[in-house]
Design a protein around this ligand. Structure first.
Ligand code: 1GP
Length: 253
């Protein structure tokens, strides 16, 4: 297990639940990305994820990661949507498979194409099973995700358990960036009950209350992206989320 994974697990153990800020280099300049990351760290985010559903420029990614790294101490983790989303300047990469994709490219082929480069760059690869649920937004469209309704947690539990049996160490329930409704607490609960793995939840979480609801249902890591693109004080909005989720008792029913 690598340094970033150990750091995340240790922090979950100590604090109960973590917040991670997602930065999409397509939506801001490297300087803006750095500013957001600095404020996110000050607000209490435990890491910065860098990626976006439509990101294609490796150069833009490199510039963003370098700028972010120059401003923060917390780890920078790549959140790749394709083979171009690898940067040698990051600390780690979610080595993820989109489990409910109908396209083998997103299941294993993109991973096979980038595995050697990740080794060459000595990037810490953190194995993660990624499941897109509900509307899925751009991520669902790009990733050819088979639609899973919010009313069918048992299907999502099946994917999550399969990921655990395959040895994946984190599970990510994704509603899609900008989703109207975040993943429902009942679904989070059922997945968390079935797996003894850290559970990441993201998509459509816009305020501290929604984040708290997800953590209460069993989420270990909350990811927000759109929140930092809305202007105003990033630091304050993230601080509110972090304050609300820290130490929340998880009631997995
Ligand atoms: C996307 O889950 C993340 O992968 C973030 O979603 O932009 O809706 O916060 P939002």
């Amino acid at each position: 297990m690598g340094r970033v994974e150990e750091y995340l697990l240790d922090k979950i153990e100590r604090e109960g639940a973590l917040h991670i800020t997602l930065i999409d280099p397509e939506k801001m300049s490297p300087e803006e990305a750095k500013e957001v990351a600095v404020e996110a760290e000050e607000g209490g985010s435990s890491a910065i994820m860098v990626g976006g559903s439509t990101l294609v420029s490796n150069q833009d990614l490199d510039e963003a990661v370098k700028a972010i790294k120059s401003g923060v101490e917390i780890p920078v983790i790549l959140f790749p949507n394709n083979i171009s989303c690898i940067s040698r300047f990051a600390d780690a990469i979610w080595f993820m498979s989109l489990l409910n994709s109908s396209n083998t490219y997103y299941l294993i082929e993109a991973q096979a194409l980038t595995a050697a480069l990740i080794k060459k760059y000595k990037l810490e690869a953190i194995p993660m099973g990624y499941i897109i649920v509900g509307e899925g937004c751009a991520a669902g469209y790009i990733g050819h995700a088979r639609f899973i309704n919010y009313d069918h947690p048992e299907i999502v539990v099946g994917y999550a358990l399969a990921a655990v049996h395959l040895g994946m160490r984190f599970i990510y329930l994704e509603a899609g960036s900008g989703a109207k409704d975040p993943i429902p607490p009942e679904m989070i609960s059922q997945v968390k009950k079935a797996i003894e793995r850290p559970l990441i939840v993201g998509g459509g979480i816009r305020d501290a209350l929604a984040a708290e609801r997800a953590v209460r249902a069993g989420a270990d890591i909350i990811v927000t992206g759109t929140l930092v693109e809305q202007g105003g004080s990033v630091r304050e909005r993230i601080y509110e989320i972090v304050r609300n989720i820290r130490g929340v008792k998880k009631v997995v029913v």
